[in-house]
Design a protein around this ligand. Structure first.
Ligand code: AMP
Length: 132
């Protein structure tokens, strides 16, 4: 059975898309721990990130770097952090989490309560800054 991220990649379920290439997609996390929390996902369906082939693992980090640059430019956090957990969705992904202040709770169990309206707005302003 396809993962929820493969369904997003195929357009079968909606997402707030930030960027897409032939091999990767980035979209807003549906349960953000901070405004602008984004998932970077290789389209190849592999559960454990360290099972990705070396080139795809490297490309995933490079794709994440581009998205992080767009977050930094548009949302102006102190910096953008990365988290890899992968315990919920069995499809490798990187969490990009803008850090707005020292001591910010970056646990994935945190909840930021971002309205759908604001999610739309964030997707618009961040995606505009992604350099192809
Ligand atoms: P983990 O697998 O533990 O790294 O966490 C999976 C992440 O995927 C969680 O932060 C979820 O909020 C997020 N997530 C699950 N379903 C969706 C979805 N349909 N759209 C966006 N993010 C999702």
């Amino acid at each position: 059975m396809s993962t929820i991220f493969t369904k997003i990649i195929r357009g079968e379920i909606p997402c707030h898309k930030i960027a897409e290439s032939e091999t990767h997609i980035a979209f807003l996390d549906i349960n953000p721990i901070a405004e602008g929390h984004i998932l970077v996902v290789p389209k190849q369906e592999t559960d454990y990130i360290f099972d990705l082939p070396d080139n795809l693992l490297g490309d995933t980090m490079v794709f994440a770097k581009k998205v992080a640059a767009a977050i930094d430019k548009s949302l102006k956090p102190i910096r953008t952090g990365i988290i890899v957990e992968g315990l919920e969705v069995p499809h490798a992904h990187i969490h990009l989490v803008p850090i707005y202040r020292e001591g910010q709770d970056v646990s994935l169990r945190n909840k930021a309560n971002v309205s759908d309206e604001r999610m739309k707005e964030i997707a618009k302003i961040v995606s505009k800054e992604v350099k192809q």
